[in-house]
Ligand binder design. Structure first.
Ligand code: FE2
Length: 292
């Protein structure tokens, strides 16, 4: 699930509960829809070992996500709840930020119930059940990452009161969606936007184009991101513990006030003080924009 602005006053659509949840209607999936999940699953499961953090692979296993077909959220939630107290609930599409944060703060992950069409395997703007469940849910079985997601939801509710959502949304983007982690000296993937994308799972680690920069909370919250292409910079954490502590221990109100006086940093730009892990060529972004 992504954070996308919807009017805060939007009320739940017809057929949804006041908290925007709907029934998954697992029995309503067609054979073709289950086959699309299987195709996407097999492709990622074959490619990710050695690239993704072992915590993700462990999550796939303990949640038994390798079973064929789109997972039944009720059954999945039972397993997940026993491990970390989280559950997965279905929503009809994007939800307002406050609703999204409230669910996270209560340890509920909201997931789209639809699955992409077989001719859209590689590109999709709206998060579907494959992105939301395959991408996000395995790490919710990790106790520390599970705590981080709850802390993020609580921080999100505070950021709305402080008028600083755009800054905090960047933290979600560069960690939960597009984060990298350094483990045993090697870079590994953990962001859901990467691990649910075949192309970006390769690009984020192997391509010489993007910058890879050590995670710094203030730097991340100043950095714009792109939603229409692979990222031009990735931020690398040392551990989920470190990410949780940096986020939980930060005093966000003065941080937001300080960020107001600092200019945003464009995607693909390095700034003094960056902990450079890989200085990217930015060739991919230049080629896409027609500049050479
Ligand atoms: Fe997402």
């Amino acid at each position: 699930m992504q954070i996308k602005p919807l009017p805060a006053t939007s009320s739940a659509p017809p057929g949804a509960a006041p908290d925007w949840t709907v029934a998954q209607d697992w029995k309503g999936y067609t054979r073709e829809e289950h086959a699309t999940w299987d195709l996407l699953f097999d492709r990622q499961a074959a490619m990710l070992p050695g690239r993704v953090t072992p915590a993700f692979l462990k999550g796939l296993e303990v949640l038994r996500l390798s079973r064929r077909g789109i997972p039944d959220f009720a059954e999945l939630s039972q397993r997940l709840h026993a491990l970390t107290g989280w559950s997965v609930v279905a929503v009809p599409g994007l939800v307002p930020e406050a609703v999204f944060f409230e669910h996270l703060a209560q340890r509920r992950f909201v997931a789209g119930r639809f699955i992409r069409r077989a001719d859209q395997l590689d590109y999709l703007q709206e998060p579907d059940v494959f992105h939301d469940v395959f991408g996000h849910v395995p790490l919710l079985a990790d106790p520390v990452f599970a705590d981080y997601m709850q802390a993020y939801g609580e921080g999100g509710l505070r950021s709305l009161r402080l008028g600083a959502l755009d800054k905090l949304a960047r933290l979600y983007w560069y960690t939960v969606e597009f984060g990298l982690i350094r483990e045993g000296g090697a870079l590994r993937l953990y962001g859901a936007g990467i691990v649910s994308s075949y192309g970006e799972s390769v690009y984020a680690l192997d391509d010489p184009s993007p910058h890879r920069i050590g995670f710094d909370l203030r730097r991340v919250m100043r950095t714009r991101y792109r939603i229409d292409d692979y990222q031009q910079n990735y931020f690398v954490i040392d551990s989920f513990e470190d990410l949780l502590h940096q986020t939980r221990d930060a005093d966000f109100a003065p941080l937001y006030a300080q960020l107001e006086s600092l200019a945003d940093i464009e995607s693909g730009t390095m700034v003094p003080g960056d902990a450079v892990i890989t200085l990217g060529t930015q060739a991919h972004a230049r080629a896409r924009s027609g500049l050479h």
